[in-house]
Design a binder for this molecule. Sequence first.
Ligand SMILES: C/C=C/C(=O)SCCNC(=O)CCNC(=O)[C@H](O)C(C)(C)COP(=O)(O)OP(=O)(O)OC[C@H]1O[C@@H](n2cnc3c(N)ncnc32)[C@H](O)[C@@H]1OP(=O)(O)O
Ligand SMILES: NC(=O)C1=CN([C@@H]2O[C@H](COP(=O)(O)OP(=O)(O)OC[C@H]3O[C@@H](n4cnc5c(N)ncnc54)[C@H](OP(=O)(O)O)[C@@H]3O)[C@@H](O)[C@H]2O)C=CC1
Length: 445
Amino acid sequence: MKEILDAIQSQDSTAADFAALSLPESYRAITVHKDEAEMFAGLESRDKDPRKSIHLDDVPVPELGPGEALVAVMASSVNYNSVWTSIFEPVSTFGFLERYGRLSELTKRHDLPYHVIGSDLAGVVLRTGPGVNAWNPGDEVVAHCLSVELESSDGHNDTMLDPEQRIWGFETNFGGLAEIALVKSNQLMPKPKHLSWEEAAAPGLVNSTAYRQLVSRNGAGMKQGDNVLIWGASGGLGSYATQFALAGGANPICVVSSPEKAEICRKMGAEAVIDRNAEGYKFWKDERTQDPKEWKRFGKRIREFTGGEDIDIVFEHPGRETFGASVYVTRKGGTITTCASTSGYMHEYDNRYLWMSLKRIIGSHFANYREAWEANRLIAKGKIHPTLSKTYSLEDTGQAAYDVHRNLHQGKVGVLALAPREGLGVRDQEMREQHIDAINRFRNV
Ligand SMILES: C/C=C/C(=O)SCCNC(=O)CCNC(=O)[C@H](O)C(C)(C)COP(=O)(O)OP(=O)(O)OC[C@H]1O[C@@H](n2cnc3c(N)ncnc32)[C@H](O)[C@@H]1OP(=O)(O)O
Ligand SMILES: NC(=O)C1=CN([C@@H]2O[C@H](COP(=O)(O)OP(=O)(O)OC[C@H]3O[C@@H](n4cnc5c(N)ncnc54)[C@H](OP(=O)(O)O)[C@@H]3O)[C@@H](O)[C@H]2O)C=CC1
């Protein structure tokens, strides 16, 4: 591994040098264990502690198949899907690996008693499999997390519709929270040159998801002037949705839960910010009953910011707790676009407000290759910036996942894999200087 790291850090190494490097037999990887899938049985979600289920193990380097690449991971990031994996909710991810393993001789590799997790990376290509022409050893890359087989016609207009669509490092093995990762080569994209490894690894999953959900015609198709209600506006998804709204000439109405988070949204450029804690919204009277008066109070607050207008697009992901309110505050003909249900997936809303006002609910999930590429291009051009707040070592990934599970973080939480320290990997210092304040906006807040 030292030789690999030396080659990456020496700026003179050629593709041939990288191709000539011998691969180690094993690598350090963040895993969960199949025989521990029941370890939290009977506990409330919030009491399930990722620090207990997340391990740092030495695991064998997987065999490289056609169309695939092995990547030396310099840095990765924590996504909420790794929190779900680590608390074995809503289902154990070992079921996904078993199902994938039944597909073919090659996919059997994924069905193991351990799951190497993680759905983001920035690093360097080490080896490519047969049929890979666009990428070579030594290329500095980020990887998006869409894994597709594309053997069915269903996915050929929009690869997210492939029947064998999976999220890499969640529904497949050999993910990014590790020193080496196995990806399909069509997950690779150029690493933005003005960013360090950990900054480049931070946006991937959430930036691509927010792009499809809010901007793409496959999602809400946001346009200039739209009032966009963004839940968790300083969190992983929300910090990118807020940037897309501002950069696209829309009007974000940001919801957060503390004055510090409200301040970050203002620093991003948002003017309308609601602190849901300070204003004490209680959309549920008890576990079964919502309070429409609270939906109305929330809607009036939004109208104060918009000069009486209602919401064109709701960027939804908290789910059960907020969904009734989200449907209510949307304007006639508006859109609620949802990609998650952090607070519970059985949603309740008053359907009269949906059909009588011709609103639409759109389900959105990650992004296709093109959308992920366009989202990464915006990062590379300095139009959208990483929202990295803090970086952990691979050893401390359990703590990093705990922070995200307990909503103790801001923006994105990074993890250093092979990178010995933060700040390495910047190849365009001049461009970096132009955007340095925006790049550092979430740091240590
Ligand atoms: C990028 C980052 C993203 C995120 O962070 S997202 C958040 C994290 N992700 C999650 O929380 C999602 C986790 N996934 C799940 O909870 C489950 O994954 C799903 C609920 C999405 C799906 O459940 P399942 O049981 O895997 O799939 P089924 O489609 O219900 O298939 C079970 C059996 O039911 C059959 N079936 C499906 N649809 C129908 C139908 N309409 N009528 C009759 N049968 C149906 C299937 O074929 C299959 O059958 P057979 O077991 O024999 O193979
Ligand atoms: N389908 C897909 O492709 C994707 C789905 N996801 C899912 O989306 C969800 C959010 O992910 P991500 O943004 O990265 O997570 P984060 O935890 O980084 O951010 C979510 C934010 O949502 C807010 N929030 C949490 N619970 C509630 C609640 N009950 N009511 C209102 N607001 C709440 C919090 O902000 P505050 O406290 O400030 O209000 C929090 O910061 C997760 O469930 C994740 O699995 C994520 C990426 C892709």
